[in-house]
Design a protein around this ligand. Structure first.
Ligand SMILES: Cc1cc2nc3c(=O)[nH]c(=O)nc-3n(C[C@H](O)[C@H](O)[C@H](O)COP(=O)(O)O)c2cc1C
Length: 330
């Protein structure tokens, strides 16, 4: 007889707590979970009230964050001994229903490689601090490329000329952003002082990192046009190690795959002692996004630019309580 791991309310909540530590654009946490006891199925939906109409009008970035949460959920479930089957966009007429995850499906193999990434879920944070010049070894680069491929996306470490071109595009994007009052307001709505009264969402000032004094690392300054009293200055790496994550097509299912690949790469990177941050400035302007493409493959749609390296961990940022994002039904 098949026996399943326990799935009482506490166990369900703990799976969702792990899912929600995922990265999301501006830490908006644009997700909702619904667990149906009878069918042992978790549904993941998009919360469009947490979209960014100006920086992310197509909701591509929102899908990436939800895909990352989905990967965490799968890894947490595998770690707890659940054999799962995931279906993306299971109801084509309800595009906000992003995925279903059936738990304890008999005869499904247990995903051992995903399960081994679970310990990294709690310690992965975005680090907007300088990284060292230590090069990421080729063997680790290959393992990260392989992790992305397992989720149907292509990770490519940028060659020096491509990196220079991408850094230029990011500077252009930052110039566009500076001229755009609407985006400044949108970004500010998702940042706060990090005090005890601050909401459990958005980016707290303590996670902004120092102001860049020198270096080429493309770290977004979430302070925008504001000066934050007492903020440090720092020299960042001159030759940041950047990787692009891309997919063959550019539809919602591809965005969800890219989000899962992103998180799989980040969890493996974390487990291997790497720090990480994101640089999506140029992805948020269609004319610049097109130019980010990998010159070697030429095709594909860039979904993320990642900065990886050895450096201080990022701080933990707030998350909404699980009860606010989870419904359990009989
Ligand atoms: C689609 C997407 C785009 C993001 N863009 C940026 C970015 O351009 N710059 C940045 O510093 N962080 C970026 N982030 C990271 C989020 O700000 C971060 O995940 C969130 O604040 C939660 O913090 P944590 O990753 O430390 O848990 C992005 C995350 C996602 C999923």
């Amino acid at each position: 007889m098949l026996t399943h791991p326990t799935l009482d309310d506490t166990a369900v909540k703990s799976l969702v707590a792990e899912a929600t530590t995922a990265p999301s654009m501006h830490n908006a946490q644009p997700w909702r979970f619904e667990y149906a006891r009878a069918s042992r199925t978790m549904l993941l939906s998009a919360d469009l009230d947490r979209a960014m109409p100006l920086a992310d009008p197509t909701t591509r970035g929102l899908h990436l964050g939800c895909g990352a949460a989905l990967l965490n959920l799968r890894a947490a479930a595998a770690h707890a001994g659940h054999r799962t089957v995931t279906t993306l966009l299971p109801a084509p007429h309800t595009p906000t229903l992003l995925a279903s995850v059936r738990l304890d499906v008999p005869h499904e193999p247990l995903d051992v490689s995903l399960s081994s990434l679970q310990p990294a879920i709690a310690i992965r944070h975005t680090s907007r601090r300088p990284f060292s010049d230590r090069r990421i070894a080729d063997s680790l680069r290959s393992a990260l490329v392989e992790a992305a491929a397992r989720e149907g996306a292509r990770l490519a470490f940028l060659t020096t000329p491509h990196r220079e071109a991408v850094l230029d595009l990011i500077l252009h994007a930052e110039g566009y952003d500076r001229m755009d009052d609407g985006r400044e307001v949108e970004q500010r709505r998702w940042t706060h002082d990090g005090s005890a009264e601050a909401p459990p969402e958005g980016i707290p000032e303590y996670a902004f990192g120092p102001v860049k004094r020198s270096g080429a690392a493309p770290v977004r300054d979430f302070a925008g046009r504001r000066a934050i009293p007492g903020r440090d200055y720092a020299d960042f790496e001159k030759q940041p190690q950047l990787a692009s994550l891309s997919t063959t097509h550019d539809e919602p299912a591809d965005w969800l795959r890219a989000g899962q690949a992103l998180e799989r790469v980040l969890l493996l990177a974390t487990r291997q002692g790497l720090a990480s941050s994101f640089a999506t400035q140029a992805l948020e302007w269609p004319d610049l996004r097109w130019l980010l493409r990998d010159p070697l493959s030429g095709s594909g749609h860039v979904q993320m630019i990642l900065r990886l390296g050895y450096g201080p961990d990022g701080p933990r940022t707030p998350r909404r309580p699980v009860d606010e994002v989870l419904t359990i039904t009989p």
